[in-house]
Design a binder for this molecule. Structure first.
Ligand code: ZN
Length: 374
């Protein structure tokens, strides 16, 4: 079986072609992915196929893998059955035909990559338009939104801006729908070269207990998160200020957690960056699941800039501490292999809590402001 030339053919087959050969239903396009119900365990949007990477994942039953794995998952067959389905029954394959198929697969991959690059460039242009049309957050609802989380800073970071009437647009059923408009905190996500690569948007509604807008599709009643990224966030970060003199970088997932760390400032001089999501800290991991070992082939994962001597990653209270820990470990190890001698640690404020909960408790005590601790 190991020498069966059909394996190479099936593995070289673009994901788009694999999908055409399978009875998959109800998938819709979401950026560079197809998203929908899992063919095994159902649901609405737990199942995703990444066309660029040629991989699929079900977040609930955990099935994942490449095109051959997908064929097994959908058809409920074994490896040989999937191979027969994708590459035809075992017959002698003419070397010329094999070469033709490989060339076609290469061309399809190049086309796919070019399309992904075009999509990314358009998203980065959108991000630049949003950023340049936003204004300083001074005396805006952004100040109150952060104050509702006990985050009070003398001066907000330059990476935060404000738009008073920003539309919340989502693709639903293939068309763009504006589900909401209103005040929005805009955060700049800067790539490793310092250039704007994406914006992180948080729609604010100060009348709600969370101070975030509640966004609901009026037709289906489906609720959507009040936060959305536009652009290319890979390897980027929201740079939330601080003091670089000691070479310490403190990195949390969200803006609120990271700013909470900056206000509490237990570490002395440090710079505070938000990674936007855990996947961006961890990058791709090697198998098995939750290995905590970074995949060195992932060249688009976050690595700290070379001036960093000590990296502190903040672990939030999370429903899945094992997965969270593994992602942070992967990020730490990736950083340590990029910067020889880098000191690193993972800190967390206790089970089921995040740093902002801690800050809100501290916030009741007088004198805990940024000025008194830095
Ligand atoms: Zn599933």
């Amino acid at each position: 079986m190991g020498s069966d030339p059909r394996i190479e053919i099936a593995k070289a087959m673009p994901m788009r072609e694999v999908i055409e050969r399978l009875p998959l239903e109800g998938l819709r396009r979401d950026g560079r992915e197809l998203v929908g119900p899992c063919p095994r365990c159902g649901g609405r949007d737990r199942f995703g196929i990444n066309l660029d990477r040629g991989l699929f994942l079900c977040r609930v039953c955990g099935a994942k893998g490449d095109g051959l794995d997908l064929a097994q998952h959908v058809l409920g067959c074994d490896f040989k059955g999937a191979l027969d389905h994708l590459a035809g029954a075992a017959i002698e394959v003419d070397p010329a035909e094999l070469a033709r198929r490989k060339a076609r697969a290469r061309a399809e991959r190049a086309r796919q990559e070019a399309e992904a690059a075009r999509y990314r460039e358009a998203a980065i242009r959108d991000a630049a338009t949003i950023w340049s049309s936003a204004r300083s957050p001074a005396a805006s609802p952004v100040v109150e939104y952060l104050a509702a989380r006990a985050i009070r800073l003398r001066e907000l970071p330059k990476s935060l801006r404000f738009k008073p009437d920003h539309p919340y647009v989502r693709k639903i059923g293939g068309r763009l729908v504006t589900l909401h408009r209103g005040p929005c905190m805009i955060a700049a996500i800067q790539g490793p070269d310092g250039r704007l690569a994406a914006v992180h948007q948080t729609w604010i509604d100060l009348s709600k207990p969370s101070a975030k807008a509640e966004i609901v599709d009026p037709e289906t009643g489906e609720a959507f998160p009040a936060k959305m990224v536009r652009g290319s966030k890979k390897a980027g970060a929201i740079r939330l200020g601080g003091d670089p003199s000691a070479g310490v970088l403190v990195m949390g997932e969200g803006i609120e957690t990271t700013l909470s760390a900056r206000v509490i400032a237990p570490l002395g001089p440090a710079v505070y960056w938000a990674a936007v999501d855990l996947g961006n800290i961890s990058g791709r991991m090697l198998p098995p699941r939750n290995s905590g070992q970074p995949d060195p082939a992932d060249d688009r994962a976050f690595v700290p800039p070379p001036w960093v001597r000590r990296l502190v990653l903040i672990q939030d209270g999370d429903s899945d501490p094992e997965a969270t820990r593994a992602k942070l470990l992967s990020g730490l190890r990736r950083a340590q292999s990029a910067i020889p001698g880098l000191a690193g640690e993972i800190v967390h404020p206790g089970a089921g809590r995040d740093l902002n909960d801690l800050l809100r408790e501290l916030g009741d005590k007088p004198g805990r402001t940024e000025e008194s601790t830095t």
